[in-house]
Ligand binder design. Structure first.
Ligand code: BGC
Length: 735
């Protein structure tokens, strides 16, 4: 394997505290821990989250992913000076996240305000081998004479979600004067989280305190010049979002003791070994002119691994993964459309999350006057609708703007059905299709059938929001209608036999026959909805230059934006991405060109999708420009690009853009490959799993080479190829 890349923070910049806390966050699918510095900064938001652990603080609040007590913080006082990078001088600096091991390292040569110099180095990782294990190491070497050092660290339960506290302190204990353990209960429940830590500090005298929700160890040490004080902190963080079993405290204490006995290096080694096979099975390797492209891919895969709760099918992936509090940790369509295709095994489990939550979706459908399942636009653990009712308050008028998505952004229902079929096409998992998949298809189809309005003998879908959230309450959104059609057609084909009654079949057939499907106009452009073409269009270039920041809303109200041809994100283009076979290449090209000047890309879900569609339209250079911009949404220069968490969907899209865009992989009645590498990409290599067959694909600008674990038939630029073992093909023989 090519050497793995790293992510480096080139210099300490207080403006970027939260950006790098997100970018370098640790995660193992169970826990996510923001990469905040050990020492405190008032702008820095600490965060530790457990997948699926949500709570609602009050009647008027929204359910949110709980920010757990902090274990990362350490206060250092050296020779009377409080260590902070905002004082004194940074003489030397290195901060790096290793994608392969997940270890974050910081090495600082610091001159204190009193002129004394110290080398302060820290390392930390969240274990890939033991999901509850987090370990840290900090060393301080005085370079300017002996030093008196005070170090305070432990468990700080004053953490909140922007002021909202979700946990009650149940017990605080210190065992053997060495093991600290706090048990915290999710308010109003019987769910406990146990956080333990063991901290050894060389040369030190220790004292323990428990005051104001902080359980702390205070170490004081005298360290000679050139000697090094080492602090090793091993933490064990455990809980189950559904129940707490007997013996929970004792069990976690024992696990902490065992881990602490093994020490940082042995635990890191174990974690590295657990990660290595994952990287071997997943890595996308690239030889190209710009090293940032490989880095973006490593970054994406690192975070996809970190955010995916592979251990728990009642949890899904939040829009910000486990890296921050943005979107309150809620789950959107992002999971099914941008994140699901990644690993077949996990995809199944994430679909089962929806299947488990069918009762909530059926309840919402009934509440809104429909049948079947209307999945919540935003969900947490229970499948209830969690979308906040109101957006930010207008403090001048006191008015709150209603969030319309929960009321009308119904395309999510069909997106889930699409994901079911996509999963089945890729894996061939008939057992899933017959049980969970079929039921999901059927329940979602029933919703669509009940969602129509009859107009002039046609069935129409009124008052919806498509993917473009700047255009609300429209009729016959093309994306929604075509996706609903796909949903119902597949339910008819694959729904469970017991569900396919004559009545259902007749209704489904009628829906398919009479549903209004927006058609391309004489310029080959598909209308986004019934009214879109009649709206005025304005020059959006200055808003596009600041894509992602929603600056248009500073100049126009949402109602005004709604009355213009302004797209927040891909809508018709999104439909082309999901169902490429529906429209001719001419229609796709013409529509792409028409919608581009009208799209701001204010959502991170937009650019890479445009890139994939451009690649399919045989324009790899435009595709690359979009992919590149999409890949830099979090990684780019903006100091606040991801303060409140990673853009999870955009991270998934980095992978999708390469596999589906440049390698041209798709599954349409079998595996299809149609490579279109951008200029400067000399070699692209990645693994895939198709119908249980493990494949490795290697692409150059002229050839495809593939190895397979079983005989395989696929289509290269539309022509059928069968082979076994290894094969190599020149594109020119197929185009
Ligand atoms: C986008 C949605 C997306 C959500 C979460 C919004 O800004 O418009 O499409 O699901 O963010 O990522």
């Amino acid at each position: 394997m090519k050497p793995m890349t790293t992510l480096n923070e080139a210099r300490f910049d207080p403006h970027c505290l939260n950006k790098y806390a997100t970018l370098m966050a640790a995660g193992n699918g169970y826990l996510g821990i923001r990469a905040t510095h050990e020492e405190s900064y008032s702008q820095q938001n600490r965060g530790m989250y457990m997948a699926g652990l949500y709570h609602r603080a009050g009647e008027r609040d929204v359910t949110e992913l709980i920010n757990l007590p902090d274990v990362v913080g350490m206060d250092l006082e050296i020779d009377g000076a409080i260590f902070s990078l905002l004082s004194g001088e940074i003489l030397d600096w290195r901060r790096e996240l290793s994608f392969s091991s997940g270890e974050v390292m910081r090495d600082v040569l610091w001159r204190a305000p009193n002129g004394r110099r110290y080398r302060i180095t820290s390392r930390r990782f969240l274990s890939a081998a033991q999901k509850s294990l987090f370990a840290m190491r900090l060393s301080i070497t005085p370079l300017h004479g002996a030093a008196q050092i005070k170090l305070t660290t432990g468990i700080d339960a004053t953490q909140t979600n922007s002021g909202r506290q979700h946990l009650d302190e149940i017990s605080l204990r210190v065992y053997d004067e060495r093991y600290l353990q706090g048990v915290y209960r999710v308010q109003g429940s019987q769910i406990d989280v146990s956080i333990g830590c063991h901290c050894t500090v060389t040369h030190a005298v220790n004292r323990i305190s428990a005051v104001n929700r902080k359980l702390l160890q205070h170490a004081t040490a005298h360290v000679a010049q050139g000697e090094t004080l080492c602090c090793e902190k091993i933490c064990w963080i455990a809980g189950d979002p559904d129940h707490t079993h007997d013996g929970f405290e004792a069990q976690n204490l024992a696990a902490l003791k065992t881990a602490a006995d093994r020490g940082y290096e042995a635990l890191l080694d174990e974690s590295r070994q657990a990660m290595a096979p994952w990287w071997r099975q997943s890595r996308v390797e690239l030889d190209c002119d710009d090293a940032q492209d490989q880095q973006a891919l490593d970054f994406a895969l690192y975070h996809l691994h970190a955010m995916t709760p592979a251990h728990d099918e009642r949890a899904s992936i939040a829009a910000k993964g486990l890296t921050g509090e943005g979107y309150k940790g809620h789950v959107f369509w992002d999971t099914e459309v941008f994140l699901l295709p990644f690993w077949p095994e996990t995809a199944r489990q994430l679909l089962r999350y929806r299947w488990h939550n069918l009762p909530g979706a059926q309840h919402k459908a009934r509440r809104c006057g429909y049948q079947g399942a209307l999945f919540p636009w935003e969900s947490a653990r229970t499948g209830e609708e969690e979308t906040p009712e109101f957006a930010a308050i207008n403090i001048r008028t006191g008015q709150r703007q209603r969030v319309a998505s929960a009321l009308a952004e119904h395309h999510l229902v069909a997106d889930i059905a699409w994901a079911v079929m996509r999963y089945v096409d890729i894996t061939g998992d008939e057992a899933f299709l017959q049980r969970e998949g079929g039921e999901l298809l059927y329940q979602t189809a029933c919703f669509w059938i009940s969602r129509t309005t009859e107009v002039d003998g046609h069935l129409e879908i009124h008052d919806v929001i498509g993917p473009d959230e700047y255009t609300e309450h429209v009729n016959n959104n093309a994306f929604t209608n075509y996706m609903a059609l796909y949903n119902v057609a597949n339910a008819l084909k694959h729904g469970p036999a017991a569900r396919l009654t004559a009545d259902f079949k007749a209704k489904a057939a009628d829906f398919i026959a009479r549903l209004r499907l927006p058609q391309a106009d004489s310029s080959h452009v598909v209308p986004q909805d019934d009214s879109f073409f009649s709206k005025p269009c304005i020059d959006l270039s200055r808003y596009q230059a600041l894509a992602g920041k929603q600056t248009i809303l500073q100049d126009y109200s949402r109602a005004e934006v709604n009355e213009m041809q302004i797209l927040k994100q891909a809508d018709v283009v999104m439909l082309f991405y999901l169902q490429p076979g529906l429209f001719t290449p001419d229609v796709q090209k013409a529509s792409l060109a028409w919608y581009l000047p009208r799209t701001i890309h204010d959502s991170s879900l937009s650019k890479t999708i445009h890139g994939i569609v451009a690649a399919r339209c045989n324009d790899p250079q435009t595709a690359y420009r979009f992919w590149r911009e999409g890949s830099q949404i979090d990684l780019g220069d903006d100091p606040h690009s991801c303060d409140d968490g990673i853009h999870a969907a955009a991270t998934g899209a980095i992978w999708l853009g390469v596999i589906e865009g440049f390698a041209g992989v798709s599954v349409e009645q079998g595996l299809c490959i149609a490579p279109r590498l951008p200029q400067g990409w000399r070699r692209l290599r990645f693994p895939l799993c198709y119908q249980g067959i493990r494949l490795t694909l290697e692409l150059t600008p002229t050839h495809l080479t593939m190895t397979t674990s079983a005989p395989l038939t696929f289509r290269l630029y539309g022509q059928s190829v069968s082979f076994s073992g290894q094969g190599s093909w020149a594109y020119q023989d197929f185009i």
